[in-house]
Design a protein around this ligand. Structure first.
Ligand SMILES: *Cc1c(COP(=O)(O)O)cnc(C)c1O
Length: 383
């Protein structure tokens, strides 16, 4: 993580400098012509490429074991580039029903306007994927672990099934980070991250990155990113590169805290169930052990008191911050039914297993005793 794809310059900089420039001078007309024609390596214009962005792209391509990476201005920029680059009018996509809200929203509200078709199914069940496959299915989009249900999809089994039907597999790897899960190694064709979350890890950047298994997928996605203007800014990339240096330390500590908290929550009388891939009670505990190097730092749990209990609890925490987003060094708590998934109808929420008393916790790297004391006093206030 610290050295992957490390940048070198003539000054021996220990860190990657921020090339805060929009454009790059050519030595002469011929050089400009050659760069545009792709006959000479070098930079032209930052939307097309920039050394700071390239350093991040090379680093993440190594961490995800891919052909190459494409940085984007946000995680949703990455989703948009993937939809735009891999689908067309008349094509069909199958995706995870409890997928990150806006990933579903832009498909249903916008890509549908251009004639893209979609099915949202429980991708943790390959039988449901099989049933949803149509002659025009081009893309299987998986989010695993999914948000906020913490359900897993079996990447290897899904990729095998999809490839038998010439369907490409994309995995949103945001919840795991490349430290815990590498979908390309399990057969996926494209993986992406909202680097806003674990990859950057300090709640101070919004950004995205796509990593492809092959050059044949890299080129069209890069073309869409460049020409539709989904690029990242060099300063964003600098911060993300800095965050990646401590990715392993942060995720290890947060995961250790999460395991302790999950066990504690599981025995609490006001909690109906806890969903965490590190608990034996998780229905896919064995799959988590097979495809992830660790269970991560995201926990969901259901309060016996339902919707009101969810609101009371998140109103009563002091150390955990009441906020959406995840994957930072600080613990965040949110209530999907009243917040991130409030725009879904209650039927769509239930279909996606987002129950009224569901609370999502993104565990940070604080002292675990402090976190448990905080959650404990907040639960005491729940009627
Ligand atoms: C946050 C998030 C996104 C979107 O990323 P942004 O950086 O907010 O645009 C996509 N997928 C998942 C799982 C996320 O958590």
């Amino acid at each position: 993580m610290v050295h992957a794809g490390h940048y070198h310059d003539n000054f021996g900089s220990a860190t990657v400098p921020i090339y805060q420039t929009s454009t790059f001078a050519f030595e002469n007309a011929r050089q400009g012509a050659n760069r545009f024609a792709g006959k000479e390596k070098g930079y032209i214009y930052t939307r097309i490429g920039n050394p700071t962005l390239q350093a991040l792209e090379e680093n993440m391509a190594v961490l995800e074991d891919g052909f190459g990476a494409i940085t984007t201005g946000s995680g949703m920029g990455a989703v948009s580039v993937i939809y735009m680059g891999l689908l067309q009018a008349g094509a069909h996509m199958i995706s995870t029903s409890s997928v990150y809200g806006p990933s579903r929203g832009i498909m249903e509200k916008h890509f549908s306007r251009f004639g893209v078709e979609y099915s949202y199914v429980d991708t943790s069940d390959t039988g449901q994927i099989k049933k949803a496959i149509k002659p025009n299915t081009r893309l299987l989009y998986l989010e695993t672990p999914a948000n906020p249900t913490i359900k897993l999809s079996d990447i290897e089994a899904c990729a095998k099934l999809a490839h038998e039907h010439d369907i490409l597999v994309v995995v949103d790897n945001t919840f795991s980070s490349p430290f815990l899960q590498n979908p390309l190694k399990l057969g996926a064709d494209v993986v992406f991250h909202s680097v806003t979350k674990f990859v950057n890890g300090h709640a101070d950047v919004v950004g995205g990155i796509i990593i492809t298994a092959t050059e044949a997928l890299y080129q069209p996605l890069r073309h869409v990113m460049v020409n539709l203007g989904f690029n990242m800014d060099p300063h964003q990339a600098y911060l993300v590169l800095r965050g990646i240096k401590t990715l392993s330390l942060r995720v290890e500590k947060a995961q250790e805290n999460a395991m302790t908290i999950a066990h504690w929550l599981e025995q609490h009388p006001k909690i109906k169930w806890v969903r965490y891939p590190g608990l034996k009670s998780h229905p896919q505990y064995e799959l988590a052990r097979k495809q992830m190097r660790g269970p991560g730092a995201m926990i969901s749990f259901e309060l016996k008191g339902g919707f009101d209990a969810g609101e009371q609890m998140i109103n009563s925490v002091h150390i955990a911050t009441l906020a959406v987003s995840l994957g930072g060094v600080e613990t965040l708590i949110q209530h999907p039914a009243s917040m991130t998934h409030a725009s879904l109808s209650s039927e769509a929420r239930l279909e996606a297993d987002i129950t009224d008393g569901l609370v999502r916790l993104s565990v940070g790297i604080e002292d675990v005793e402090d976190l448990i004391n905080d959650l404990s006093q907040a639960l005491d206030k729940v009627k």
